[in-house]
Design a protein around this ligand. Structure first.
Ligand code: HEM
Length: 454
């Protein structure tokens, strides 16, 4: 994807209206407003971007199926996992079986695991403070998210923070994710791997799959009779709950590849949201002062890692919501309609990929006052927003399974970080946004930190 495609999505929505079709003719993309959809499918498949909140809400809540044209491109990695599932019946079954592992009490019980990884994160930052060295916050956030998601949802200790940005898991994901997104957008690329980057991705996927198989094998080797039969104990890690789950016939419910999807879905967007938030609050001193005041009033000086009790922080929640509006790392979802279908006065043609895409909806001047301003105050009233106008975690029954987990990780980490350190970006640094598998910082986020005195 081009660096500026994120801005283009926002601009196209303003220019061509809330619903437009992209038609690829070789390297050129033509845009067509919804009045004149063309019947031509382009070289790959017809894609219509849906930015009208009424259609977003209707399509997502009635759970139109995910589009095979796009999600098949992700299958080399995720196999038959929930994330890429285009068979509605199979998705229902998988989603039902996953639900108990993502209940609020189970999520909260992941705290000790999360706190121990945040402890490692703090030690890296303490060291950078003591030596007055530059540290890349974006990279550190990625390593933290990998350690956490690896531990609770992949059954593997990556030890990424301690090994640093060149650790194997970070290298593997770097080889996989940007290429995987390209295969999602251009499915032929994955099917006929003529590019070297596609072949490198395929080799990295094989290595990751082998790791997943080992983790599942280990969990099952250690399974006790009690594990197999008992009800879920909330103290268990999510991975153990899922790896040991069995069907009535005694077979395990999930295979290793299905569990691998969490690593991909859960690591990056959480890390990047945290980096985006820190960048925005550093740029906006009034917002930062208000956020600091709330955090300082709740977390005592010297606490190494915030506790669950410390993080009942409504203003931080508003700032997080605004970060997820302003620069949502996950762009949305691809759905499909098999026959011509009229929704809210618009007829969507058959066999079309529908991109319910939040970058343009979240910045649409028809829906948001001053949409390009980072302003957490828009969340103060607590009033629900117009249906379909805000969907950083997607929308409807197929929205993000890991939303609660991501919010917990982000809240605890950010509260800890902002309580303990003063942060200064390197002189002249400006965070740039790069649309890749997710929206991410283009050139990292180099900072220096100092320990606060009170
Ligand atoms: C800030 C962090 C996160 C954001 C912004 C985010 C966003 C999203 C979005 C936009 C989707 C829809 C994708 C699509 O339809 O193509 C999604 C789906 C999903 N997410 Fe997340 N996600 C986050 C964190 C997580 C975490 C931590 C996990 C797991 C532990 C997770 C697991 C999933 C799964 C399994 C799905 C597929 C749901 C389905 O198809 O039924 N996500 N997420």
């Amino acid at each position: 994807m081009g660096n500026d495609v994120h801005e283009k999505w926002i601009q196209w929505n303003r220019e061509y209206g809330q619903i437009f079709q992209t038609v690829s003719a070789g390297p050129v993309i033509h845009l067509i407003s919804h009045i004149n959809f063309t019947k031509w499918n382009g070289l790959f498949s017809r894609v219509i971007y849906i930015g009208d909140p009424r259609l977003v809400a209707e399509i997502a809540t009635s759970n139109w199926p995910k589009s095979a044209a796009q999600y098949d491109g992700f299958k080399p990695l995720d196999g038959d996992a929930l994330f890429v599932q285009t068979n509605q019946e199979r998705w229902k079954m998988q989603s039902k079986r996953l639900a108990p592992a993502f209940q609020p009490n189970v999520i909260q019980s992941q705290y000790p695991c999360l706190a121990s990884h945040i402890g490692n994160y703090v030690r890296q930052l303490d060291r950078a403070a003591e030596t007055n060295s530059v540290i890349d916050l974006s990279s550190l956030n990625i390593l933290l998210s990998l350690d956490f998601i690896g531990d609770i949802a992949f059954g593997t200790s990556f030890n990424a923070i301690n090994q640093g940005p060149n650790c194997r898991i970070a290298q593997l994901l770097e080889m996989i994710l940007p290429e995987l997104m390209k295969c999602g957008l251009f499915p032929l690329r994955g099917k006929i791997p003529i590019f070297q980057s596609t072949r490198i991705m395929n080799r990295a996927i094989t290595e990751l799959r082998d790791m997943a198989k080992e983790a599942v094998k280990d969990a099952r080797k250690n399974e006790s009779a009690e594990d197999g039969n008992s009800k879920i104990k909330p103290s268990k890690k999510i991975f153990e709950i899922l790896a040991l789950q069995r069907e009535a016939d005694g077979n395990y419910t999930f295979n290793a590849q299905e569990l691998l999807a969490f690593l991909v879905a859960g690591g990056d967007p959480t890390a990047h949201t945290m980096s985006f938030l820190v960048w925005q609050v550093l740029k906006n001193p009034t917002i930062f002062a208000q956020l600091r005041a709330e955090i300082d009033a709740s977390i005592p000086y010297g606490a190494e890692v915030a506790t669950l009790e410390h993080v009942k922080l409504p203003y931080l929640n508003m700032v997080l919501k605004e970060t997820l509006r302003f620069s949502s790392p996950g762009f949305g979802t691809f759905r499909t309609c098999s026959k011509d279908t009229a929704v809210a006065g618009v007829t969507l043609p058959a066999n079309t990929t529908l991109a319910l895409w939040n970058p343009q909806v979240h910045r649409d001047p028809r829906l948001w006052e001053d949409p390009d301003k980072f302003d957490p105050e828009r969340w103060r009233s607590g009033q629900p927003k117009l249906r379909g106008s805000y969907f950083p975690f997607s929308y409807g029954p197929r929205s993000c399974t890991g939303q609660g987990l991501a919010m917990l990780e982000m809240t605890l980490t950010l509260a800890t970080l902002l309580r303990r350190y003063d942060i200064t970006p390197e002189p002249g640094f400006e965070l740039e946004y790069l649309p890749s598998f997710t929206l991410k910082p283009k050139n990292g986020f180099p900072i220096r930190v100092t320990r606060r005195k009170c």
